[in-house]
Unconditional design. Structure first.
Length: 176
């Protein structure tokens, strides 16, 4: 078993020679905000979808108001166009997967949720993590090994995942 040293390795876990350059990065797209028309349309989409989590009906209403105020086509035709543009972002192409679940235990006075079927949507966490680690924005921002953080009184302090007991226990158990 290899010791945990926090040394850089390839995707197969093989340590890289000292001072090895990082693997080549993907070439940036000519339009850094593709598939959005501009930085402004990207910011609008991020605001509506991520920050405000605005409902589809309210997005359509806002786009209609924008069209009448500016007497021009809004940046998106509708909430469906906004969602399609977000889904067309080429970075981090990790496909969505789904499965269905339903309650299969004994049925007492049957509340509606017990007989409903629920769709669970997710992206493969391993592939998402691989994409995050390949993102240059995270360079130098991730702790790869467990650490012990102590305050001025010598007490252990947990400030992130890698300073917690679980990460330490995992490191120690792998070395044993």
């Amino acid at each position: 078993m290899k010791p945990l040293a926090g040394a850089p390795c390839d995707r197969n876990g093989e340590f890289l020679p000292p001072n090895s350059p990082p693997p080549p990065k993907h070439e940036p797209l000519p339009n850094a905000y593709a598939p959005f028309e501009s930085r402004g349309t990207f910011q609008l989409a991020e605001f509506l979808y991520h920050h405000e989590q605005m409902s589809a009906a309210k997005i359509d209403e806002l786009l209609s108001v924008m069209a009448s105020v500016y007497n021009a086509d809004p940046p998106f035709r509708s909430h469906k166009d906004l969602y399609a543009t977000i889904n067309a972002i080429p970075h981090g192409d990790v496909p969505w997967q789904s499965f269905s679940v339903s309650y299969s235990g004994p049925l007492p006075d049957v509340p509606p949720w017990m007989t409903a079927e629920y769709n669970i949507w997710f992206r493969d966490p391993k592939v998402v993590l691989e994409h995050q680690l390949a993102n240059a924005d995270f360079n130098g921002e991730i702790d790869y090994v467990a650490k012990v953080v102590v305050d001025e009184n010598g007490r252990c302090e947990v400030c992130d995942l890698m300073s917690g007991q679980w990460a330490f226990n995992q490191s120690v158990s792998l070395l044993s």
